[in-house]
Design a protein around this ligand. Structure first.
Ligand code: HEC
Length: 144
């Protein structure tokens, strides 16, 4: 009987672990984010952007908080705060979802935020140039 109880506990625990693991990296990710105006959607100024500066913003200096707090240190959408959010932060590692998200689209949402979600606007805290820097970092390190 005790063995039985133990194996039930084990099964419940492993289901829980599997579930949280998948929750963190759901892919494809449901996405209802508003689209940028088409000229912005098609724009891309990452060519001359600086990956190193982008990394610092993403991992540390962005305000009100670093992007990784929600999007995860490795871009999986599984940051400390991100796990509690609905809709979940974008999982940049998920190619199926990210293939629809151009650099210009990222620019628009980082600048203006995604209304009704945890994704806040950064137009007061990041210069356009720095937004392109962080986009280059995300695309180069997480979306390959
Ligand atoms: C408080 C949590 C939080 C922080 C901090 C945060 N994000 Fe987000 N982000 C989200 C959520 C939630 C979404 C999903 C929004 C949606 O579903 O429309 C999102 C979506 C995005 C998207 C996807 C846009 C699209 O069209 O799909 C990009 C790009 C992005 N964030 C970049 C960033 C960058 C860069 C930073 C740091 C400067 C940042 N985020 C900081 C929560 C956060």
């Amino acid at each position: 009987m005790r063995k039985f109880a133990l194996s039930i506990a084990f099964i419940v625990l492993s289901l829980f672990l599997v579930n949280t693991a998948f929750a963190a990296t759901k892919c494809p990710q449901p996405r209802k984010t508003k689209s940028a105006p088409s000229s912005t959607f098609k724009s891309d100024k990452t060519k001359r952007a600086n990956v190193k500066k982008g990394k610092a913003i993403y991992q540390k200096t962005a305000k009100p908080m670093a992007c990784q707090m929600c999007h995860g240190k490795k871009g999986g959408g599984d940051g400390k705060l991100g796990k509690a959010l609905k809709p979940a932060p974008r999982n940049f590692k998920c190619a199926k979802t990210m293939k629809k998200v151009s650099a210009g689209q990222m620019f628009w949402i980082i600048k203006h935020g995604s209304k009704g979600t945890g994704m806040v606007a950064h137009k007061k805290t990041l210069k356009d140039k720095d937004i392109w820097n962080v986009i280059k970092y995300i695309r180069k390190d997480f979306m390959k």
